[in-house]
Design a protein around this ligand. Structure first.
Ligand SMILES: [Zn+2]
Length: 262
């Protein structure tokens, strides 16, 4: 019954206006208020992402499970593309940062089944972010509110393989930067006498994801504070090219990070 007074008011409004003639401009302006415009459909097409680190990780995990099963739902409906763009022009709030390799076989949005506006992706060969990669991650969590940072290596990584095979000798061109980005990796994960080159490479790929995730904390007081406050979580992961499955490893802990230098 609460709607009734409003209906009466709307019905009476034109009469009231007639009794007290207003300037033409004001009268014309008042008209659209009576006829309420429907919400633009574009508004509804982009939902708010997960609001906690735990929920963000769960959504990535669920999206990857859909991809593995061949049952993607968020990245299939091309009929929504125009509405999605229109909604995203206003801004972005990606719930996850994905730091991964540039390898063309690692399609980040598809493998997590997330459309535009949901993932803030930083890609560099060997998923070893340089200073600007680190700044990009800080920007995403600080300014855009991302809740989780996934540092994702993958099987058959050419960048890790190149660093392994160079074994400390400088690679040509600017590829030395890859070696610098993975400094200490070979020393941390020596080849076991019982494992072949392929098995050793697999160990290096996993160790690199873990080390790069930990390095984010060691290099960034900003990220360290957010992880300590449980506002952000940093999780190493490995993507399997064959199965499409992402294996999430243990989140890195701020307590294990080096103390800040003053
Ligand atoms: Zn790679």
């Amino acid at each position: 019954m609460r709607a009734l007074p409003l209906i009466l008011l709307l019905a009476v409004l034109p009469l009231v206006a007639d009794e007290h003639p207003a300037p033409a401009a004001a009268k014309a302006k008042a008209q659209p208020k009576v006829v309420t415009a429907p919400q633009a459909p574009a508004e509804a097409s982009v939902d708010a992402g997960p609001s906690t680190p735990k929920a963000a990780l769960a959504e990535l995990s669920a999206g990857n499970a859909r991809f593995v099963a061949g049952k993607r739902v968020r990245t299939l409906d091309t009929g929504q593309d125009a509405a999605m763009r229109a909604a995203l022009v206003k801004g972005q709030a990606p719930f996850a940062v994905v730091i991964t390799c540039s390898d063309s076989r690692v399609p980040d949005a598809l493998l997590f089944d997330q459309e535009a506006g949901r993932l803030f992706t930083i890609r560099e060969a060997g998923n070893a972010p340089d200073l600007q990669g680190l700044a990009s991650a800080e920007y995403a969590v600080e300014h855009l509110g991302s809740k989780v940072i996934v540092v994702m290596g993958h099987t058959s990584c050419g960048a890790v393989k190149a660093v392994r095979e160079a074994n400390g000798k400088p690679l040509p061109g600017n590829l030395w930067a890859l070696q610098a980005g993975m400094a200490g990796l070979l020393e941390s994960t020596p080849q076991d006498p019982n494992e072949d080159a392929k098995a050793h490479l697999a160990h290096l790929e996993e160790a690199n994801a873990r080390r790069q995730a930990q390095a984010l904390l060691d290099r960034s007081p900003l990220l360290r504070d957010l992880v300590t406050a449980a506002k952000v979580t940093i999780v190493p992961a490995l993507y399997n090219l064959a199965s499409g499955k992402v294996q999430f490893l243990k989140a890195v802990a701020a307590a294990a990070a080096a103390p800040a230098h003053h």
